[in-house]
Design a protein around this ligand. Sequence first.
Ligand code: AMP
Length: 215
Amino acid sequence: MILLGAPGAGKGTVAKGLVDHVGVTHLSTGDMLRAAVKAGTEVGKQAQSFMDRGALVPDEVMVALIAERVSQDDCLSESGANRFLLDGFPRTLPQADALDERGLGPQAVIYLDVPTDIIVRRLTGRRSCPDCGTPFHVDFKPPKADGVCDVCEGTLVHRADDQEGPIRKRLDTYTAQTAPLVQRYADVLLTIDGNQAPGAVLEAVLAAVTGRSPE
Ligand code: AMP
């Protein structure tokens, strides 16, 4: 499965819900890249300047990263079939081609549809815990103590690319390079209204994917 949607559409939150309810391995290229930057790996060094200014990391770097990751055991079901959820990949038509060339075309593409003005509000107020990944928002989901994660007491961060300039750049890049994937995947597209409370979005996604609601 692939999760498709603008930055801030709620892909990470839906992914967490799908992991809990459907039991699928979650592959977030943004998380993988941020971990690589933190660890100072070669990929991290290549990616950091693109990420900080809200630009896309080159396709060949991304395709190599995903190809290596999906070959690991946790991306296969017991019967040996591919079983994983891509979040943030593909983001360009060549990345989608690379999946097809490897026989990894998606069975379903979950498209989270959210109006642009809502996306901008969500992204500017977004904060997250670098230790456990829990997302917060200064207005919509503030932590109990300012700047501190409710779950693990980590220090919340405001991502460098969640500042106004990079946000505008990321949305332009999304429109130009990623939005065409909606057409590309028309045959397997499940369009979900992402402009609802997180629980309602997850419920709609689960209903579309499995035909059942969260317990
Ligand atoms: P995300 O957390 O998904 O918003 O990703 C953060 C940043 O990582 C993006 O703004 C890009 O710079 C980079 N990135 C993540 N996934 C990809 C991808 N599939 N192709 C190119 N760049 C990516």
